[in-house]
Design a protein around this ligand. Structure first.
Ligand code: 13P
Ligand code: SF4
Length: 301
């Protein structure tokens, strides 16, 4: 705790000195999420709110694709990510060349790309989506079929909810792919009445067994709205920690999986990021314009 307090004090002072703000994803640890972040949310909220930022420096407490999205939407601002190793198994599952090959294989079929990808992959896509708007984005295109990259499970979960034909890729989230329907059955037996919320990056048979599926913000909203006496969030561990703070009346059952990438961000490296201006996110101008267009097209929906 003493070092937390020192780091928190230093970060608050550095934010003022540098005219900086911190965007934090829902999977950040509570001391980041509750003590130093200015804007928190799911990937969609962070992208939307990034557009409205007035500060000159944006520190992204999240993973690299989130920092790239913030930079795409704020090309004239300094965007920092405290640890360059904060990646994502979905972003690593596909390259720009893979997207070009998909386009050649399915001529005329629009490409919807999850924001959990590199800017280079976004640049080859027609439009982006997040877990919070994937179905709406797919249906907005008015096409009988779309290619949905790179999360196989998100694509299959959306396919179950729409008449649009979905052609999927084979990427997986290393955190959510580990949940199983047997986990849910065991939880229901051990915690009678527990309400199960699953992120749509979970396998389809997990989503089917759950009571509700939605983005991290949708899960948080569900708890706020329904106030279930007992709930389990089938997602990253910090999510329950962060939501539980506002809901002492709700019992959070805590089996969860850690995202090693999200956990690379700490108070200590946020402080260093602000002190030493690192690591600055830069996007090749040759791809930034096209990647921005895919993100902005999503935000216009
Ligand atoms: P959300 O957009 O639902 O916050 O999800 C982001 C993510 O990385 C989930 O694993
Ligand atoms: Fe990527 Fe999964 Fe971590 Fe989200 S939880 S950043 S999708 S690896």
């Amino acid at each position: 705790w003493p070092s937390f307090v020192d780091d928190i004090d230093a970060i608050l002072a550095l934010k003022r000195e540098r005219n900086a703000i911190i965007l934090a994803h829902n999977y950040q640890t509570p001391e980041i999420y509750h003590c130093v972040a200015d804007i928190v949310g799911d990937s969609l909220a962070l992208a939307r709110k990034a557009v409205t930022v007035e500060a000159q420096v944006i520190v992204v407490a999240g993973v690299h694709f989130m920092a790239e999205t913030a930079k795409l939407l704020n090309p004239n601002k300094t965007v920092l990510i405290p640890d360059l190793g904060a990646g994502c198994s979905l972003a690593d599952s596909i390259t720009a060349q893979d997207v070009r090959l998909m386009r050649q294989s399915y001529p005329g079929v629009p490409i919807v790309t999850y924001v959990n990808t590199s800017a280079a992959v976004k640049a080859e896509s027609d439009i982006c989506c997040t877990s919070g708007n994937a179905k709406a984005v797919v249906e907005s295109l008015g096409a009988p079929r779309v290619i949905m990259l790179p999360d196989e499970y998100l694509a299959k979960n959306v396919a179950a909810e729409t008449k649009v034909g979905i052609i999927a890729w084979k990427g997986r989230c290393e955190v959510h792919e580990r949940f199983t329907p047997a986990d849910i059955r065991e939880l229901r037996a051990a915690y009678p009445g527990v309400i199960v919320l699953a992120h749509p990056e979970c396998p389809p048979d997990v989503v089917t067994e759950a009571d509700f599926s939605g983005s991290t913000a949708a899960m948080s909203d569900y708890v706020e709205r329904e106030k279930p006496p007992r709930v389990v969030l089938m997602t990253e561990c910090s999510m329950s920690d962060n939501v539980a703070v506002a809901h002492p009346e709700v019992e959070f059952v805590r089996p969860c999986n850690l995202c090693p990438h999200m956990k690379r961000i700490t108070l200590a490296n946020i402080r260093v990021a602000l002190e030493e201006n690192r690591h600055e996110v830069r996007i090749d101008p040759g791809i930034a314009g096209r990647a921005r267009r895919s993100v902005e097209r999503m935000l216009s929906i």
